[in-house]
Write a protein that binds this ligand. Structure first.
Ligand SMILES: C[S@@+](CC[C@H](N)C(=O)[O-])C[C@H]1O[C@@H](n2cnc3c(N)ncnc32)[C@H](O)[C@@H]1O
Length: 314
């Protein structure tokens, strides 16, 4: 496997194989990162054009992974406008119609973001308390850590970190202000929990995850991006999502399940009168996970879960 120093892509072969049956010509890679998925798709499908999106200027600054790539620096929360523009030449009844063969989301952070101390994503590296993927965004992690009220901090630690000691940790953060850098924050968190908890996993892991999700509104963006992808994928096209923790995966699972649910009338009704028709179908029986070999070669892939849905042909 060729190592990409920016980010080692996860489940690349699985992504390509899930797209192969639809012979894609136009894909939106909603999370370009180091361009690993884009590159693999271009190699597998010679006629392919990729519109590659990332909100991080560092990802865009690497340049396109090939001639057939158009880079867009944006949050995929605005995918509806981006896709509408892409499909603006396919008009029916005066409005653009879904024209995109596939969407690939490989959400979360890239290794590049975690490994650069100055981005402030890692509790293991000393840097400013930042965590913005989009460096022009207004809200950085410092505002949360050093200025938010204790209740609001406890709320995000509980909701986005599923942290059982959310209130206790939030109180410790507020009491230790000003917290100067990521290392300081990690120490404050570690010292706020009982020694037995400290010995298991580093308690700052969930806290950093929660603050990062809040800073980047990751779950809100995913809901919006997913909705737009399901709308703008053409009938017979596919939407693929790789997520890395249960909060993200739950959103994908529920949305795909809602889309695949058809008529909800009782089975003894002779004809459907609820009017519900499935907009999606599931080409894979179960979500996919990385192989043991991949996890061994790239431990950051271990929590990945890949889901796919196909737009139903009306
Ligand atoms: C796991 S990496 C993707 C890696 C990529 N698939 C590759 O093969 O190199 C996630 C990337 O998605 C970007 N990202 C995360 N959320 C985003 C959002 N809401 N809008 C746009 N980009 C986002 C991050 O900036 C990061 O570069």
């Amino acid at each position: 496997m060729v190592q990409n120093p920016y980010h080692q892509p996860v489940m690349v072969q699985e992504v390509v194989e899930l797209l192969r049956p639809i012979s894609p010509r136009l894909i939106v890679d909603a999370t370009y990162g180091g361009g690993g998925h884009t590159r693999a798709m271009l190699e597998a499908f010679p006629d392919l054009t990729v519109v590659a999106i990332d909100q991080d200027p560092d990802a865009i600054a690497q340049g396109p992974a090939g001639d057939a790539v158009r880079l867009v620096q944006a949050n995929f929360a605005s995918l509806d406008q981006i896709a509408q523009e892409i499909c603006s030449e396919e008009i029916s009844n005066g409005a653009p119609i879904p024209c995109i063969d596939g969407f690939v989301f490989d959400i979360g952070v890239s290794s590049h973001q975690i490994d650069q101390p100055e981005r402030g994503f890692s509790y293991r590296r000393r840097g400013p308390i930042d965590m913005r993927m989009d460096r022009d965004a207004e809200l950085g992690a410092d505002a949360i850590v050093n200025h938010w009220p204790v209740d609001d901090i406890a709320d995000i630690l509980w909701r986005y970190g599923e942290e059982r000691m959310a209130r206790r940790i939030a109180r410790a953060i507020v009491a230790a202000r000003p917290i100067t850098d990521t290392e300081h924050l990690a120490v404050v968190v570690a010292e706020s929990v009982p020694a037995a908890v400290r010995r298991r996993k580093h308690p700052a892991r969930k806290v950093f995850q929660a603050i990062r999700i809040a800073v980047n509104d990751e779950l809100g963006s995913l809901e919006l991006g997913l909705e737009a992808a399901i709308h703008w994928v053409r009938p017979g096209g596919r939407v693929l999502v790789i997520s890395y923790h249960s909060l993200e995966d739950r959103i994908v699972k529920r949305r795909f399940a809602a889309g695949t649910a058809g008529c909800e009338c009782p089975p003894d009704f002779p004809v459907c009168n609820c009017g519900r028709v499935a907009e999606l179908r599931s080409p894979a029986r179960k979500p996919l996970r990385p192989t043991d070999t991949e996890v061994e070669a790239n431990p950051r892939s271990r929590s990945a879960i890949l889901r796919v849905a196909e737009k139903v042909v009306a």
